[in-house]
Ligand binder design. Structure first.
Ligand code: K1U
Ligand code: ZN
Length: 186
C-alpha cells in the first residue's frame, strides 16, 4: 500500500512527439524482458494518456522505441489494457472510423481498417495472451501497432490532405515554441 502511494507520487507525464517529428517513423524493437523499468514506463505512459486525454498510446509517441502499447476505451477510464510485443494474427472485414492521434492534436480523419482482429501479446506481467477485438478497440489496437511500425494515421490520407496537416502542425509547433520563449523572457 505504502509502495503504491510512493510509485503514484513519482509517476510522470511524458512529452508526446508531434507529427511530423521524424522520430515517429522509428520501427520499435521487441521487449526482451518485462522488468521494473518496463512497468515504470507503463505507469508513466498511463498517466500521460489519461492526462492528454486519450484512449491509447504507443511507446514510440513518448520517444521509447520498444514494442509497448496501452489502451483504455472504457467510459470509466479504469480498464487499462497493456500489450507488449503485440502481433495481429488475423483480420476480418472492414470499418471506417474518424481517428484522432495525440501526436497530431486537433486533427480527426476517416481511416478504413479491419473490423475485427485477433491479437497476441504479453501482458504487464510478461504473460502471453490472445484477444479478439472488434469496433473501437480493434481500431485503436491497429492504430497503436502502426505507431510501433513507424506509421502515423495521416499516412492513410491523400498526399494533399497529408501536406495540409503537416503544414498546420509545423505552424502549431512554431507557435508553441514562440509562446515558450515569450514566457522565458518575462
Ligand atoms: O495513438 C494515439 O495517439 C491515441 C489516440 C488513439 C485513437 C483514437 C481514435 C481512433 C484511433 C486511435 C487517441 O486517443 S486520440 C484522442 C481520442 O480519440 C479521445 C480522447 C478523449 C476521449 C475520447 C477519445
Ligand atoms: Zn496515434
Amino acid at each position: 500500500m505504502i509502495f503504491k502511494e510512493i510509485t503514484d507520487f513519482f509517476m510522470a507525464i511524458l512529452d508526446i512527439l508531434n507529427y511530423p517529428d521524424p522520430r515517429l517513423h522509428t520501427v520499435a524493437k521487441p521487449v526482451k524482458e518485462v522488468d521494473a523499468s518496463i512497468r515504470r514506463l507503463i505507469a508513466d505512459m498511463a498517466e500521460t494518456m489519461y492526462d492528454a486525454p486519450g484512449i491509447g498510446l504507443a511507446a514510440t509517441q513518448v520517444n521509447q522505441h520498444i514494442q509497448l502499447i496501452i489502451i483504455d476505451t472504457s467510459e470509466t477510464k479504469d480498464q487499462l489494457q497493456v500489450f507488449i510485443n503485440p502481433k495481429i494474427i488475423s483480420k476480418n472485414g472492414e470499418q471506417d472510423y474518424e481517428e484522432g492521434c495525440l501526436s497530431v492534436p486537433g486533427i480527426y480523419e476517416n481511416v478504413t481498417r479491419a473490423e475485427s482482429i485477433k491479437v497476441e501479446a504479453l501482458d504487464k506481467d510478461g504473460k502471453k495472451f490472445t484477444l479478439n477485438a472488434s469496433g473501437l478497440l480493434s481500431v485503436c489496437i491497429q492504430h497503436e501497432i502502426d505507431h510501433l511500425l513507424g506509421k502515423v494515421f495521416v499516412e492513410y490520407l491523400s498526399p494533399l490532405k497529408r501536406n495540409r496537416i503537416k503544414n498546420k502542425m509545423l505552424k502549431y509547433s512554431r507557435e508553441i515554441d514562440q509562446n515558450r520563449s515569450r514566457h522565458v523572457n518575462i
